[in-house]
Design a protein around this ligand. Sequence first.
Ligand SMILES: NC(=O)c1ccc[n+]([C@@H]2O[C@H](COP(=O)([O-])OP(=O)(O)OC[C@H]3O[C@@H](n4cnc5c(N)ncnc54)[C@H](O)[C@@H]3O)[C@@H](O)[C@H]2O)c1
Ligand SMILES: [Zn+2]
Ligand SMILES: [Zn+2]
Length: 356
Amino acid sequence: MKAMVFHGKEQKSWQDVPDPGIQDPADAVIRVEAVTICGTDLHILKGDVPEVEPGTVLGHEAVGEVVETGSEVRGVRPGDRVLVSCITACGRCRYCRENRFGQCLGGGGWILGHLIDGTQAEYVRVPFADLSVHALPGAVRSEDAVLLADIFPTAYEVGVLSGRVRPGDTVVVVGAGPIGLATIATARLFTPGRIIATDLVASRLDAARAVGADVTVDAGEAPEQLVEDLTDGLGADVVVEAVGVPQSFEACTRMVRPGGHVANVGVHGRSAELHLESLWSRDLTITTGLVDTCSTPLLLDMMAAGRLPAAPALVTHRFPHSRMEEAYDVFSAAADTGALKVVLGPPTHDEVAPAG
Ligand SMILES: NC(=O)c1ccc[n+]([C@@H]2O[C@H](COP(=O)([O-])OP(=O)(O)OC[C@H]3O[C@@H](n4cnc5c(N)ncnc54)[C@H](O)[C@@H]3O)[C@@H](O)[C@H]2O)c1
Ligand SMILES: [Zn+2]
Ligand SMILES: [Zn+2]
């Protein structure tokens, strides 16, 4: 099969690799029908996630069809259409028993496209299939469902729930990539007073307004002053960091009001400065987190009920699998391409050249 293989910092290629097979009785092999690229994949290529070994197939988000299951798998069968979660879970360890699947000690956690081969491929082996894939109701299209592999549970759990968004709050979302946009959409479920989004890219600020931000501001145009002005000098109740660079984290700690919450979602490759000399007295809560995806069943129901923005709002580009490298270029140059989520899959009928 073909897959997107990581070859070290800034190096990757869509190339032949061996087909995956069942290695453990709890595994399933999935034929990938929709797969996407995450900001985290860009961090891996930047060298921010050093534990990823050259030779690893990238990707941790997919929808596909089960083609083979190990003898212990009970929940899905060949032929089922499933969502492959970015987090796998052994279900038995201390953390899995607490629904903290991201911290799994039994061989799960964030392993796909990180510690083992991932989803940016024609086929993927998913360990612990019973707890790591979700059978999809027919009503949810693959392109919508793939948004639930990572961006919606991450935004909701690590951004909105950890940030404790409450009715009436002023919420600032720093970074309006797919994760920031999903944060805006799921923060709205709690009826905040206003949502302010900031990014460096105009098209992403447009998208932020489309999914429900009330105010948007270019990150180069004094967002901190705007937050101060809009809150009568208090600062924001909740600030969500959805970028992953020191400057944006540090800006979050300046925009939050005393007693407020900073929820860090971004993957960081460098240390950020924490100014305890000015923060120690401000009663802040700063949270970090890897997504657990324990909210995925709930979010799947909400997607099916039309309560979340789906592909029309968040997917800007579609490619056949074979154009994975081009899809990376488009996703990483969002300022020029206007890309949000890019979705890849097997070629559709009109992309297959007619015979003869
Ligand atoms: N914690 C988790 O479990 C988890 C899961 C998935 C993704 N992530 C991380 O979440 C972050 C966002 O993911 P994404 O897919 O939306 O990535 P992305 O790269 O598409 O989006 C990041 C956005 O931040 C903007 N940006 C850059 N510098 C900025 C600044 N100084 N101020 C404001 N905006 C700025 C960029 O223009 C871009 O729109 C990434 O760091 C990703 O690795 C974390
Ligand atoms: Zn991701
Ligand atoms: Zn576990």
